[in-house]
Design a binder for this molecule. Sequence first.
Ligand SMILES: *Cc1c(COP(=O)(O)O)cnc(C)c1O
Length: 395
Amino acid sequence: MNSFADELKHHLADLREQDLFRELRRVDSAQGRHIEIGGKIFLNFSSNDYLGLASHPALKEAAIHAIEKFGAGAGASRLICGSLAPFHELEEALANFKKTEAALTFSTGYAAALGAICALVGKDDVIVIDKLVHACIVDAAKLSGAKIRVFAHNDLDDLADKLKWADKLSKAGSEKQKVKNFIVTESIFSMDGDAAPLREIIKLKEKYGAWLMVDEAHATGIFGQKGRGLADALGVSEQIEIQMGTLGKALGASGGYICGSRLLINFLTNRARSFIFSTAPVPAAAAAATAGIKLAQSTTGDSLRAQLKRNASLFKSAIGSPQSVIASAIVPLILGDEAKAVAAAKKLRAQNIFVPAIRYPTVARGAARLRVTFTATHTDEDVAQLLATLKNLIQ
Ligand SMILES: *Cc1c(COP(=O)(O)O)cnc(C)c1O
């Protein structure tokens, strides 16, 4: 028992020494433009609730209504005790939103990545991932047992090299045991806010006969017509075999999804272990997500997106960051040193502004940063306050 405690203490002391120790901060309010921590109110630039839907009346009402009709819990896996109507309504709404034949929802985006990737590739296959993809994709790739190749972030030449190698392997395989080559990338990267060159990636995947999965966690609700995502904005949705994302960011609720062909969804319903062997999410979450999708596509959604883009671009032009065509809501202020990032976040908190310090293993060692995220609920004054505070603190 003692050696167990000693071992953990030792690891935690190590983390503290490297400024990598993390702790939870209890929030006593809803997520929103302001959050309350320890009796103090903070201006919040930390959330992925980009459109401010997490505490929108329409989502709350949908969740309450679902609880009243369907109860608090789901009972079992959807394949065991029957599949509650709110999940079917959600999947129909998602498929319409993403203009795909079908959709399948999971308890989280993390579970969606794990379930889909492990169902689709195995030890004889090759999975090629961008260096900066989210941990859930890395974990899924490892769990799948496939051969993993990592291409330099958004580097098409490196991707082509990896695909050439995989293609050779595939051609050497027997007809019966054909090797599958599978590319996974994000559309908007979670910690840098930059975009993947999806059109060019699609050209390469077609050239080398690979399949493509795109994680739109930070683009769904924000880019494309009615917030359909970056693939829609670039007109390439139909060439992506597997579209993945979360219901927990711009859509304001919780859960993960895969959108694609009816065949893909039938396959995953039978083979995605994180779907099959897990209790269905609470019906309230599904109902809230359906309301979030509806709102994202409405004229209200259009004005929320306009405000979000205005906030992010006000900030970016003030700090002299290049304004790309793809204006994401994520702005990293890279400080490098872990201790520096932690100290900067602490100083901001002392001024009642909440911005998270992002460190290893979320980003590479020595690439620690403040990750500023904007939402549609921020005002011009909020952005000005953040800028003034940053200017005074981080010279
Ligand atoms: C947040 C995130 C996920 C995971 O989604 P959850 O619903 O939070 O589990 C997956 N991919 C990316 C890129 C993310 O940022």
